[in-house]
Design a protein around this ligand. Structure first.
Ligand code: S3P
Length: 443
């Protein structure tokens, strides 16, 4: 395993552009594959997760071609036109790729077998197979519906109305994608709204999507089935979940001033920015604009004296992937930062709550972890010196490397190769700002 160590850094400075949004990249490839005509995608994330989705869509009959850096073209087969794949679909580390593709496959009368890496094959899939089975698809998987798993898509899928038992954009999206193939209206009710990239992109490709907000804060999302999806150009903004790493690094490394350009600012993704501002973080949005149907801006971030806050549980869906790096900001903040409503962290690429706790403990940061909560007691000095087990989780690796930039002693992550799943070029981008990373012999 390639171990990497982060050392205390001088002030970070410069302008960086994070890679393309992972969520939007998966969706653009899938919808491009289901549309009639040629979809041109700009700014696609070329991380392993998304490359797996590109390969899967190609195995299902779409012609997927890389034209240049981030520039891809997809010749779609039209809704209903996917072909049975000759080989097992290997989705690598990607829960989003696997779950959304299950929705696509559920509405096509073909049999496909899906697998993933050791992390993905441990993750719960019943949350998608259960509603998709109600629509008529069949699944044979391991206990808990886990991968490897065989999908037999429905010849005549049924539209359903489904209330999400967990706030999950992946589950919502899988149902909406299957609903494309069903006659009539497929509705997902979300008790707490989650990222709406599927809704936006479905509309962009010509599907009719209705979104109704209820007085109790829940949201009804309806797709009208059997549309003709028409190829459309897609411009993918920078991923706010990747921007989070240079963002927190700039806030905690004394003297830093960093600009992060072209960051997606969809309001259902900006919980981390809201929280860091409440903590005293100086984050300015400049040049706000709409690109590819999504709000985008540049962030100017300055080192700030952070203080602990309580993060409301209701904010979790809008920053679900950002808790590991928020825990790092909290370790550097004066006082206690309390995070609640974290149950979903247990079923991410790793049990993230446990992985954060282990990493904080290894680096001398005081915290209390509950079944779905974390309270971090921070301060201006972080001892560091720990070896962090990344547990095949890219965000754990990147988060603790950020901690190493301010800790008294270097912080080592045991394995940095998973970073490429979501943030290829992380190391170069961070060292370009002044971060100091060094390869270590494997521990
Ligand atoms: C994603 C949704 C989230 C998030 C994941 C990407 C998506 O997962 O953690 O990284 O693209 O829909 P859940 O839907 O499981 O919360």
């Amino acid at each position: 395993m390639p171990a990497l160590t982060a050392h205390a850094a001088p002030p970070l400075a410069g302008t960086v552009t994070p890679p393309g949004d992972k969520s939007i990249s998966h969706r653009a490839l899938m919808l491009g594959g289901l549309a009639v005509g040629r979809t041109l995608i700009e700014g696609l994330l070329e991380g392993d997760d998304v490359l797996r989705t590109a390969a899967a869509m190609a195995a299902l009959g779409a012609a997927v071609r890389r034209l240049g850096a981030g520039a891809w073209q997809v010749d779609g087969v039209g809704l209903g036109g996917l072909v049975e794949p000759a080989e097992v679909l290997d989705m690598g580390n990607s829960g989003t790729g696997a779950r959304l593709l299950m929705g696509v496959l559920a509405g096509h009368p073909l049999t496909a077998i899906m697998t993933g890496d050791a992390s993905l094959n441990r993750r719960p899939m019943a949350r998608v197979t259960e509603p998709l089975a109600r629509m008529g698809a069949q699944f044979v998987g391991r206990a808990g519906g886990r991968l490897p798993l065989a999908v037999v898509g429905a010849r005549d899928p049924l539209p359903i109305e489904y209330r999400l038992p967990v706030p999950s954009a992946q589950v919502k999206s899988a149902i909406l994608l299957a609903g494309l193939s069903a006659p009539g209206e497929t509705t997902v009710i979300e008790p707490e709204p989650t990222r709406d990239h599927s809704e936006r992109l479905l509309g962009h490709f010509g599907a009719e999507v209705r979104v109704v907000d209820a007085a109790d804060g829940s949201r009804r999302v309806t797709v009208i089935g059997q549309p003709e999806l028409i190829a459309r150009p897609v411009v993918v903004p920078g991923d706010p979940s990747s921007a989070a790493f240079p963002l927190v690094a700039a806030l905690i490394v004394p003297g830093s001033v960093v600009t992060i350009a072209n960051v997606g600012l969809n309001p259902l993704r900006t919980g981390l920015i809201d929280t860091l501002r409440e903590m005293g973080g100086q984050i300015e949005v400049v040049n706000p604009r709409i690109a590819g149907g999504e709000p985008v801006g540049d962030l100017v971030v300055r080192h700030s004296a952070l203080r602990g806050v309580t993060v409301p549980a209701a904010r979790a869906p809008s920053m679900i992937d950002e808790y590991p790096v928020l825990a790092i900001a909290a370790a550097c903040a004066e006082g206690r930062t309390v995070m609640r409503g974290l149950a979903e962290l247990r079923v991410k690429e790793s049990d993230r709550l446990a992985a954060i706790a282990r990493g904080l403990a290894a680096n001398g940061v005081a915290f209390e972890a509950g079944p779905d909560s974390l309270a971090v007691s921070g301060g201006p000095r972080v001892p560091g010196g720990g070896l962090v087990a990344t547990a095949m989780d890219h965000r754990i690796a990147m988060s603790f490397l950020v901690l190493g930039l301010v800790a008294d002693r270097p912080v080592t992550v045991d394995d940095d190769h998973m970073i490429d799943t979501s943030f290829p070029g992380f190391r170069a981008l961070m060292t370009g700002l002044g971060a100091i990373f060094a390869d270590e012999a494997a521990a």
